[in-house]
Structures are given as structure tokens and as C-alpha cells.
Design a protein around this ligand. Sequence first.
Ligand SMILES: Cc1ncc(COP(=O)(O)O)c(C=O)c1O
Length: 365
Amino acid sequence: MLQTPYYLIDKSGLLRNLEKIAYVRERSGAKALLALKCFATWCVFDFMRDYMDGTTSSSLNEVRLGHERFGKETHAYSVAYADYEIDEVISHADKIIFNSISQLERFADKSTGIVRGLRLNPQVSSSSFDLADPARPFSRLGEWDVAKVERIMDRISGFMIHNNCENADFDLFDRMLGDIEAKFGSLLKQAEWVSLGGGIHFTGEDYPLDRFADRLKAFSETYGVQVYLEPGEASITKSTTLETTVLDTLFNGKNLAIVDASIEAHMLDLLIYRESAKVSPNEGDHPYMICGKSCLAGDIFGEFRFPNELKTGDRVSIQDAAGYTMVKKNWFNGVKMPAIAMKELDGTIVPVREFTYQDYEQSLS
Ligand SMILES: Cc1ncc(COP(=O)(O)O)c(C=O)c1O
């Protein structure tokens, strides 16, 4: 038995998403690149590779990881590149997408040998959190002035537009793509490729995959462009759990159970967006607040129901622990870093990586 805490990536859960991605690629002609900012746990890249076209990145480290560990097509993007990293970024990438015209101009000479693109900001998005809203007021994420972009069209062949955020509503996607066409149609007609970014929850249950794929195909045909998608969350949703063990139980007006992991250290995104973790099936007569073991007062995974009283040594499995979790895990309080394990399609659990005191020590000096 593997010692908790550990992240358990279930390949059959991954496969459900990957098969939908492959279907959309096939029907629409769009290419799908894994967004490494969301999920970069490369032990499953061999498994994912057959269903996707490559990776996209947000930094030198990610573009290198994508190139070396995933392979296939590698897109480089960053909010801003530094002079000291640009050559290495280009050495790992098939395309480079600049966030601004000034970055494109700064690195124009260095990037003549690679396919170049620019991020556009359509100033509409589906985000309800300003923290994650690329179209927020004064956003630094991409260019929006068509006249300015027209002047550099001889230097680029495509665009990246990311304005969907956790969008599970096809009609909203469709409307926003319509907005993009109305605003940027003249630019899109000059492009050879367009990446529509991530944030589209098309692998979720009941998403109208055929309508989605047909809309992508129609878009591609109208402008004569190769469409790319950059699914992060959609690639890995519902594939992974954080396996924990109860260390202590208390009653302080509510039943509390403290587990051997921490939301602050191991599922930080939930805390940032003030969302509860998920436990399944979350049914039974015994409600508990599941608490993390860091000293942060609000280190709380959430309140859930269990069929029996919880006691020290019981296992609690936190659901949906792949996206924006493993890439953000940290050593707060020196809490033991969850190991990483994979559940193979036949149910076998394979330990992949454990983290030691030396990993903690070396991350600090
Ligand atoms: C440019 C870009 N592409 C892709 C993604 C992946 O988004 P998601 O994980 O929601 O699919 C993001 C997320 O912020 C992004 O900024």
C-alpha cells in the first residue's frame, strides 16, 4: 500500500476525456494541444500523446517540458519573454505566439526562422472571476486594436485568442466566437492558423460535441485557417484524486477531521477561488468538515457527508485533483508532498514518484 498523501491519476478517467478530444479533432479538423499550465504531470504523456497533437506553454520551462516529454507540435507563448531566454524558447518550439506587438518587434530578428503569431484580446470572456478574466479592464493579455495589428501582419501567420474560462455552455462559446469574427474578421482572413485557447469544457457530460466540432469546422473553412484548441482542464477533468488519511478528529460545534494533506499546499487553486473540494459520493448521516494539516486557519477542503463516523486511519479521497493542482503544489509548512501514482486501465496502481526531505530542503537554498 502506498503511503498517503498521493495524487492518483486514473487512466480510465483520462481516456474518457481523450476519446472526446480525439473525436472533436477528427470531426472538425482542429488540432488539440495540452495546456501545460493546467497539467504537466508527464508520467502520463505517453498515454495522452496518441489523442492530442502536442502541447502549449506559458514559459521557457513549460515549452521545454512539452518538447522533451510530450513531443509532437509545440507552441510557445508567454506574457513576456526575457532577452536571456528567447533563443532557448525558439529552440524548443514549432510556433511562437507573442503577447504584444512590442514583444514581437523586440524579438523580430531572433524569430525569423520560426512560425510567429500574436495573441488577440476580443475584450469579451466567459469568466465570472476578475482574477482569471483575460478580458478584465486594462488586461495585459493580448492586442485588441485592429489597425495596429494590421501594420504587423507581414510578420505573423496566425493568432491565439483565449477568452473562454470554465465555459460549459456551447451557446455562449458560439456567441463569443461570433463576437470574435465580427471584431477580428478582417485579420482572421489573412491568417493561416488560429488557436482558440482553452477554457472550453467540451469533455463534460452532455456537451454537444457534434455542434461544437461543426462550429469549429465552419470557422476553419470561412477563414481558411487551421484551428487549434488548447484544452487544459478539459483534458484531465475527473481523472485524478488526492488520496488522504484522517490523522485526527475533533468536535468543535461541528465534526472535524484533519487529513494528512493541505488545501493550501496541494489544491491551492480551490482556496484562491474560494471553492470547496469534492468528495464522492458525499452521502450519509455523518457530516464532517475535512481540514488540512497546515497551520492556516482556513486550510479546509470543505464539508461533506459520510456513511460512517470518521476515525483516525480512515481514507478520504478528494476528487478532481489534476487541474491547476499538481502544477501549483508547494512546500508550505513543510507538509509532506503528495506522491504521484497512476491507476492503469486494468486497475493496477503504479507508484511513480515520491518526494523526500531533500526535495524540500533543495527547493529553498
Ligand atoms: C492561453 C491559454 N490557453 C489555454 C489555457 C487552458 O485553459 P483550461 O485549463 O481552462 O482549458 C489557458 C488557461 O488559463 C490559457 O491562458
